[in-house]
Ligand binder design. Structure first.
Ligand code: NAD
Length: 242
């Protein structure tokens, strides 16, 4: 049974990743920061279905809390076999209105968190000469999103981190890949009106808005034996948005 950590897994894409890993008979760690009730609800759902799951609190933008989270996990199991860096925040602002604080928070939650978690997870993976890291980027990290420059920069940074780390860890038997979701219906996009979604559909080949399940299936694939020869790649899951 593999030990899987999904960051920001109390809801949305992260929660669906946790569900699919649990159904796959992995032992799942559901990281949350503020949404304890949601995390407990998901835990009850998974344990109630006979799956193996735990919840673990940490603000993944804080290197000390990440260190403590991994120390706690390693007292319960030997280490993490599959790391999914999913936690993220978004913000829509004109570039000229982005404050230093906005910028620093965006980079800390969306990019530095992946650095902290990869750094904490890797020693065990390197010792075992196996491991899977899947980072959640975004279509905006690939093509750039207007009024989301800081978000786009952080998500593009995730792609750079993924490609470089994949090169460094290839001989250690560890794959590092990204999933780049397009527009997905979650709390992150709940501020959008149906008119906004319809306008976005015009930029999507399939004219469909994605679901957390679309992304979670891609994440599960990149953690599966079927993808063992894939590393350093960005898998766009976006209905053909370009
Ligand atoms: P969401 O807002 O529902 O989920 C984000 C999760 O991250 C939440 O559970 C939140 O509590 C958690 N989180 C935020 N800050 C945290 C912190 N400091 N420490 C720990 N957890 C923290 O949104 P979602 O759509 O499920 O987003 C999941 C990922 O997918 C994010 O990285 C997001 O950028 C990315 N993404 C989403 C979309 C979309 O359209 N929804 C598109 C592209 C990429």
């Amino acid at each position: 049974m593999r030990n899987v950590l999904v960051t920001g897994a109390s809801r949305g894409i992260g929660a669906q990743c946790a569900r699919l890993f649990a159904q796959n008979e992995d032992n799942v760690y559901i990281n949350y920061y503020r949404s304890q009730k949601n995390a407990e609800g998901l835990l009850d759902e998974l344990l109630g279905s006979g799956f193996s799951a735990h919840i673990i609190k940490a603000d993944v933008s804080d290197p000390i809390q990440v260190k403590e989270m991994f120390a706690q996990i390693e007292t319960e199991c030997v280490g993490i076999d599959v790391l999914v860096n999913n936690a993220g925040i978004a913000q829509t602002k004109l570039f000229t209105d982005i404050s230093d604080k906005d910028w620093d928070k965006m980079i800390a939650v969306n990019l530095s968190s992946a650095f902290y978690c990869c750094r904490a997870a890797l020693p065990y993976m390197i010792r075992r000469k196996s491991g899977r890291i899947i980072n959640i980027s975004s279509v905006w990290g690939q093509i750039g999103g207007s009024c989301e420059v800081h978000y786009s920069a952080a998500k593009a940074g995730i792609i750079g981190l993924t490609k470089a780390l994949a090169q460094e860890e290839g001989l250690s038997g560890i794959t590092v890949n990204c999933v780049a979701p397009g527009v997905i219906r979650t709390d992150m996009t709940s501020h959008l009106s149906e008119d906004d979604f319809n306008a976005l559909k015009e930029e999507i080949a399939t004219a469909v808005i994605g679901t957390p399940d679309d992304i979670a299936k891609a994440v599960l694939f990149l953690a599966s034996p079927s993808s063992s020869f894939i590393t350093g790649q960005v898998l766009p899951v976006n209905g053909g948005q370009c």
